[in-house]
Write a protein that binds this ligand. Structure first.
Ligand code: SAM
Length: 261
């Protein structure tokens, strides 16, 4: 059941994305591990390595869901803060910084909030959970050092509007990094990957999350998303410079990066 990108009506897409993530919020983390064989953890590590987080920064993770990326960024900021404190005369003055996690779905944010509190990250005053739309970010112009979006932009109704918003909120010199499912680099691999994703993933969804339809939707949305080169040109059209991408796992996903000049 593959259908063209334009064939999905806009209201229908927004509504479906809302239903999907409300329905999967509680089983979301387990499903990620099962579907990707744990690989999503390594892909997210690579995304955060691209960011190169630093103490005192303002980081924004959009479509942040249950906080996997935000927590990784915060841990890296903590490590940098500790490094700076070691060589500082006034360690207490070295700021940690802030990670803002913005997601349209309060159910996903709630799961993330619980998980962060369990991991002792709740009381630092550094993680901020914000309900908001990637297309209309509740953040000021030129206020963010780095923007990440992981497996999120595919779900946004107007990708171009989300990219323009990313550009707006970033400071000059700020970086955009997007981790998203992409197209396989070799045609033969694409067939194997399609067979896996169309047949196996909805079945895992049925057994584990009792929700085959949501996972069927996720697989279809992956197939419809633009390939690496096309997406890179969309990033450029939003104003970003030095746009580049790296493939992971043969093109199962890619990280696109760009900078605000
Ligand atoms: N970034 C997280 C991760 O990698 O685990 C979550 C990814 S999850 C596949 C996609 C997320 O995008 C969901 O939490 C969903 O609520 C959110 N989302 C969908 N449309 C959005 C929009 N227009 N603005 C902000 N978040 C959105």
């Amino acid at each position: 059941a593959s259908f063209g990108y334009q064939e999905v009506r806009e209201e229908e897409k927004a509504e479906r994305v809302g239903q999907v993530f409300s329905s999967v919020a509680s089983s979301y983390d387990l499903m990620n591990d099962l579907m990707s064989g744990g690989l999503h953890r390594l892909w997210k590590d690579s995304l955060v390595a691209s960011v190169q987080p630093f103490a005192g920064m303002q980081h924004l993770d959009v479509a942040g869901g249950t906080g996997d990326v935000a927590v990784r960024v915060l841990r890296a900021m903590q490590a940098d803060q500790a490094r700076q404190q070691e060589s500082s005369d006034s360690p207490a003055a070295v700021p940690l910084g802030h990670v803002h996690l913005c997601d349209i779905n309060p159910g996903m944010l709630q799961e993330g909030y619980k998980k962060a509190a369990q991991n002792g990250l709740g009381d630092l005053g550094a993680l901020h959970w914000v309900t908001g739309d990637a297309e209309q970010l509740p953040f000021q112009d030129n206020s963010i050092d780095a923007y990440t979006i992981a497996f999120g932009i595919r779900n946004v109704t107007h990708i171009d509007a989300a990219l323009v918003e990313a550009y707006r909120v970033l400071k000059k010199g700020g970086a955009f990094h997007c981790l998203e499912f992409s197209q396989m680099a070799l045609p033969g691999l694409q067939e194997i990957y399609d067979a896996y994703s169309f047949n196996v993933i909805p079945q895992i969804g049925r057994v584990v999350a009792n929700d085959e339809a949501s996972y069927q939707y996720l697989v279809e949305s992956i197939r419809r998303f633009p390939d690496q080169k096309t997406f890179a040109s969309l990033v450029r059209m939003a104003g970003f410079r030095n746009v580049s991408y790296k493939n992971f796992t043969g093109g199962v996903c890619a990280i696109h990066s760009g900078f605000k000049w």
